[in-house]
Design a protein around this ligand. Structure first.
Ligand code: ACO
Length: 326
């Protein structure tokens, strides 16, 4: 049996640091409110004009190629998961592939909001386990600042920009890599979290611009409730399926949306909070990038054989958890 393992992690965050103090000069908020309600101190913003998600995705992938030393000509596929693609078409993945100069690979985007990295990692693992592909680059990247309304205090404090990339490879070693996953999509999420205009239902027009319909809309309290319930249920389900007790789990990497969500998930799933890896204070919610960026930040802590549970929740609603053995 072929297994799919992560053989390297790359990451990129833009240089510009938008801290709570600067935000409180833009909207009616405060460092104290943001830190106590959300747990964020600062986030990175891609400020250079003309640069989009593919720029950060390419930076993360470039670092990944350098770190692993893999021959780019041996990469079979490159998948970008993003909510903020460079363009409606072509795919951001095709742009990244072109910039990296991958000659023998195909590329596509996968859209699953904040759950995108988990779904994509699982898809890539299935492609590898099928025996048809051996090396796949998976990138989670988002320029959330491109869809955030910096006059809306309810959302602008939450998000940041960044990208994380992993190389997934085939191995015949047993009991390593992606072990199992439990994913669900609950189509009832649309009214609570979406971007109103710019798609085929409501194409861009002067009206949509005048009415500020190109920004992320969220009913925070509802999303909060669903996120806590679904992520903790999914973590418990994946532990049940693999006969794991909370004590067996070495690390949990949750999607970083709100520190209070992460804490509530750990409590409900009875996971020791010291095992939950958090970096939201530095980057905010980078959507598709939060999980690979946390892997990038905390890679040094993982030892061979460590049992990781990854979990995420996002617009749709999409949610799930995966069990990965390092
Ligand atoms: N600064 C100061 N006050 C604020 C701010 C702010 N930035 N934002 C809201 N408030 C106020 C509200 O106006 C409200 O005031 P009121 O009581 O006078 O009406 C008060 O604070 C409380 O507002 P709530 O919305 O109840 O605050 P809550 O504690 O729920 O926190 C938050 C809001 C942070 C948005 C939270 O609900 C949350 O994290 N939701 C989930 C976000 C999430 O997980 N998103 C999913 C992924 S995103 C994706 O998929 C792209």
């Amino acid at each position: 049996k072929v297994n799919a393992i992560i053989t390297g992690v790359g990451g990129y965050v833009p240089d510009y640091v938008l801290n709570n103090e600067e935000l409180s000069r833009m909207v009616d908020t405060s460092d104290e409110w943001i830190q106590t309600r959300v747990g964020i101190k600062e986030r990175r913003i891609l400020t250079e004009e003309g640069l989009g998600t593919s720029y950060m995705a390419r930076k993360a992938a470039k670092q990944l190629l350098q770190k692993t030393g893999v021959d780019p000509d041996t990469i079979d596929a490159l998948i970008v998961t993003t909510t903020t693609p460079d363009y409606k078409f072509p795919s951001t993945a095709s742009i990244v592939l072109g910039k990296l100069g991958l000659k023998n690979a195909f590329a596509f985007d996968l859209s699953a909001a904040c759950c995108g990295f988990l779904y994509t990692m699982d898809m890539a693992a299935s492609m590898i386990q099928s025996g048809r592909y051996k090396k796949i680059i998976v990138i989670g990247a988002d320029k959330m600042s491109s869809v955030v309304d910096y006059t809306d205090r309810q959302t602008c404090v939450l998000f940041g920009d960044g990208a994380g990339a992993v190389l997934m490879e085939a191995t015949e070693e047993e009991g390593v890599g992606v072990q199992s996953s439990f994913f669900r999509t609950d189509g009832k999420g649309l009214p609570f979290l979406h971007l109103k205009a710019g798609g085929s239902v409501c194409p861009p027009s002067h009206f949509t611009v005048d009415h500020r319909l190109h920004y992320l809309y969220q009913e925070g309290r509802t999303v909060f409730r669903y996120a806590v319930t679904n992520m903790s249920d999914d973590v418990m389900e994946v532990m049940r399926q693999n006969n794991l007790t909370p004590g067996d789990v070495d690390w949990v990497i949750p999607h970083q949306a709100n520190l209070r969500i992460e804490e509530a998930v750990a409590k409900r799933a009875e996971i020791d909070p010291s095992k939950v890896l958090i970096n939201i204070e530095r980057y905010g919610n980078t959507s598709s990038a939060t999980i690979p960026l946390a892997m990038w930040d905390f890679e040094d802590r993982f030892k061979k054989g460590d049992k990781l549970i990854l979990t995420a929740f996002g617009a749709g609603f999409v949610h799930g958890a995966a069990y990965y053995k390092w």
